[in-house]
Write a protein that binds this ligand. Structure first.
Ligand code: PAF
Length: 282
């Protein structure tokens, strides 16, 4: 497995692979890898000949007061996981290689990036769409792999790739969960044992929404209320949003429709977690 820190060396390696007729898969990450990331590398390996994982804790997607400085950095363990998972190349640049002091360009998706996470984390998606564009420019992938856990992020990246004619297929991979349902996330390691127990209520709330959509006549607004109520019924969870939305536009759903997505963001102690579940109405 090759490990590169420079964009130009990475592009050179990728172009060499392409000249050999190999298709390229890219798995962008911020490191602190877990089984969810491994599932993305697995998917990329199944569909592409040459798999590039990127590891970069992107400063521009963290707001003031967010966890950029304390975000877990576990490069040695991450490289080992990438190697075992079968990545061909890991691109792990320093901040200076990604952002020149003179940089002036931001990639901004408008409408989709203003709601939910965008409303709670102003500027977050500008950072994501800008860095993902740069990672695409460096790795020139045929396909790029993102987790459904960051539901809004994968929608925004799809929108961006379509709007900017980026020649890459965006592949969204299923959420990988702990045995009690908690979605795997690099931030789970911040949770104290007590908070870790509370965190499983997020999955329970989503399952409740799934059940109510499938088995009751309740409208989406009442299902959203039931999720909020489930989360609020214990101390220690601060709900930021618990909504049922259109799965493509993310607009809140007033009426039952063919499909929907339930999305939750909640703070448990100092840790902010997000999760989601596709719903089918009966
Ligand atoms: O999902 C993440 O880990 C990040 O937002 C991403 C896509 C790697 C961009 O920094």
């Amino acid at each position: 497995m090759l490990v590169e820190t420079s964009p130009s060396a990475t592009r050179r390696e990728v172009r060499t692979a392409r000249q050999q007729g190999l298709s390229i898969g890219c798995v962008p990450t911020m490191g602190a890898l877990h089984a969810g990331h491994v599932s993305l590398i697995d998917a990329a390996r199944q569909q592409c000949d040459f798999v590039v994982a990127t590891i970069f804790v992107n400063p521009t997607q963290f707001g003031p007061g967010e966890d950029f400085l304390k975000y877990p950095r576990t490069l040695d363990a991450d490289l080992e996981m990438c190697r075992v998972a079968g990545a061909n190349l890991v691109f792990t640049p320093p901040v200076t290689a990604m952002y020149a002091d003179s940089a002036q360009t931001i990639v901004r998706v408008t409408k989709l990036a203003q709601v939910l996470e965008g409303a709670h984390r102003p500027g977050h998606f500008d950072g994501v769409s800008t860095v993902v564009t740069k990672l695409f420019n460096t790795t020139e992938p045929d396909r790029a792999y993102f987790g459904q856990k960051d539901y809004q992020q994968q929608l925004i990246i799809r929108q961006m790739a379509a709007d900017l004619d980026q020649p890459v297929e965006i592949v969204t991979c299923p959420i990988i969960r702990e045995p009690d349902g908690l979605a795997m996330s690099s931030r789970n390691r911040y949770l104290s044992p007590h908070d870790r127990q509370l965190a499983s209520r997020i999955f329970q709330a989503l399952k409740l929404a799934e059940q109510l959509a499938a088995e009751s006549p309740l409208p989406p607004t009442e299902i959203a209320w039931a999720m909020t109520n489930h989360l609020n019924s214990v101390d220690g969870i601060a709900v930021q949003y618990a909504v049922i939305a259109d799965p493509v536009t993310l607009e809140p759903l007033a009426d039952r429709s063919d499909s929907a997505v339930a999305l939750i963001a909640a703070k448990i102690g100092a840790t902010r977690l997000i999760d989601n579940q596709i719903l089918r109405f009966r």
